[in-house]
Design a protein around this ligand. Structure first.
Ligand code: PEP
Ligand code: MN
Length: 352
């Protein structure tokens, strides 16, 4: 149920409405937009049958939310959410008018390659660094990531470059450790429906990058976001990274339509991973451009100083020069879509 209030409702009137709703055992969520304020009701809506919401002072309209996702739905939140990652000096933002690019290696392999990649991607316009520490590999014999050592390296490279860090957390037992080092926690495609992990991330004060599951529907992706939000963390960025279809010419099939559908359904930012979608370095640019044309708020791209020698995902990783060229194209497509690449550093900082 969502309650849209009249324009000049007082705080006391809002409090009164919320108290009545909560008195029957439902939870409320307040969203103050520029134009309207929305009070969302979460729980069993039949509990409100006897509450005369429509006649309460300050209430403009009362509408049931038929979607199974509430906190993630556009009806529930007045404005689009802008997710802010990192400190004030080096903040990356997702949502709004800008396109934000995250780039870096699939896995942190060693100090040298991590620092080299970080400098290259920062110089080319990436605003965040990615790098896997704990890797979800199909084979137990494949490189599993450097684990805690990689987290330390990521924290060091952030100190040197100012780039906020995103890295994957695979298990509830890793959440505290990863949150201590990283600015944003990634839930990988294989864990999109690990509900215990999602619930745990609801209690963390770090934004979450939630990747779509290999065969997850858009609704399932939104319900996964709802898990994190229902547990208290509303800073969720969704990532379309390709889904499994009958097509074998590409690693996955980028679901371009998911981008405008998600933007219609949710106020959360949506980014695209063209690297895992195509699984091939030559497909990264066209898929990235398609994503921006379709309204994506950003990209996450794999870059490696020497893809041939990469310990994971070398086929889809861009060498530095190709990433620089990609970013020139991204800037052009962003302008065509009435957006621009996220400016360097925090805007307040640039002026100072
Ligand atoms: C990754 O980002 O390296 C990764 C494993 O992605 P996904 O979970 O989308 O496969
Ligand atoms: Mn990868």
């Amino acid at each position: 149920m969502i309650i849209v209030t009249k324009p000049h409702i007082s705080d006391a009137e809002i409090d009164h409405i919320r108290e009545r709703i909560e008195s029957v055992g439902m939870r409320t969520h307040l969203s103050r937009g520029e134009v309207r304020t929305i009070i969302g009701c979460i729980g069993d809506e039949s509990l409100l049958d006897e509450v005369p919401l429509r006649s309460m002072p300050g209430v403009e309209s009362v509408t049931p939310v038929l979607k199974p996702y509430k906190l993630a739905s556009r009806e529930f939140v007045a404005d689009r959410t802008i997710v802010r990652v990192g400190g004030r000096d080096s903040e990356a933002t997702f949502g709004g008018d800008t396109i934000t690019v995250i780039a870096g290696p699939c896995s942190v392999e060693n100090r040298e390659m991590l620092f080299d990649t970080a400098h290259v991607v920062a110089d080319s316009g990436a605003r965040m660094l990615r790098g896997g520490a704990f890797k979800p590999r199909t084979s137990p014999y494949a490189f599993q990531g450097l684990g805690a050592r990689a987290l330390e390296l990521l924290a060091e490279v952030r100190a040197e470059t100012g780039l906020p860090i995103v890295t994957e957390v695979m298990d509830t037992r890793q959440v505290d450790l990863v949150a201590e080092h990283a600015d944003m926690l990634q839930v990988g495609a294989r864990n999109m429906q690990n509900f215990a992990l999602l619930a745990e991330l609801g209690h963390v004060r770090r934004p979450v990058l939630l990747k779509r599951g290999l065969s997850a529907t858009i609704k399932e992706l939104l319900m996964a976001a709802e898990y994190i939000m229902a547990n208290g963390n509303h800073d969720v960025v969704l990532c379309e990274r390709g889904i499994r279809t009958y097509e074998t010419a590409t690693r996955n099939t980028l679901d371009v339509a998911a981008i405008p559908v998600l933007k219609r359904e949710t106020h959360l930012p949506v980014i695209v991973d063209p690297s895992h979608a195509g699984g091939d370095a030559s497909l990264v640019a066209p898929l990235a451009f398609a994503a921006i044309a379709a309204g994506a708020d950003g990209l996450i791209v794999e870059v490696h100083p020497d893809p041939e020698r990469a310990l994971s995902d070398g086929d889809q990783s861009l060498p530095p020069a190709a990433f620089t060229t990609l970013m020139e194209g991204v800037a052009t497509f962003a302008r065509a879509a009435n957006r621009e690449l996220s400016p360097l550093r925090h805007p307040a900082r640039a002026v100072a």
